[in-house]
Design a protein around this ligand. Sequence first.
Ligand code: GRF
Length: 188
Amino acid sequence: MKKLIVFASGTGSNFQALADHLRTRSDVAIGALVCDKPQAAVIGRAQALGIPVITIDYRAYASKAAAEQALLARLPAADLVVLAGFMRIVGPTLLAAFPDRIINLHPALLPSFPGRTGIEDAWRYGVKVTGVTVHYVDAGIDSGRIIAQAPVAIAVGESLAHLEARIHAVEHDLLPRTVDQLILKGAI
Ligand code: GRF
């Protein structure tokens, strides 16, 4: 049985989509949700699914390294870490613990529009095509090796809210499919 750990900070719609998909498989499951925001909606989603929740308050530690060290001690064994709306940069401590085993979902076509506001940045720039990327996490910001991408054409006059909804729908499809592909390829 392959085990995933999902890291998320917010709404958790991608966590939900991944968990819903994985319920159709008997050989892989989410072993834990890690959340750095005690009020985040994603926590309730995990609880409703019976998935253990590990909350971590980074501010309670002297450094990111200390927080990650404490977190590592609480994590179950895992074959893959999935960042799904986790709004922190992963530090060297976590990266070293999961070499080539941490992936991130980003709501733009990297290397264009990295960072926290990828959907809005693409929309404001006026590109005609944006999209969704799943990539390995390295020490940079949204800079690791690309695993999968899906394009989303921006319609003339499309509102930001409309584009956001369409990007999220593509994310909900691409992330579970990419996890399936990684397992199929034997990458995890
Ligand atoms: C997604 O757009 C993801 O790409 C970005 O943060 C958002 C998380 O949304 N990194 P949700 O919490 O999964 O609903």
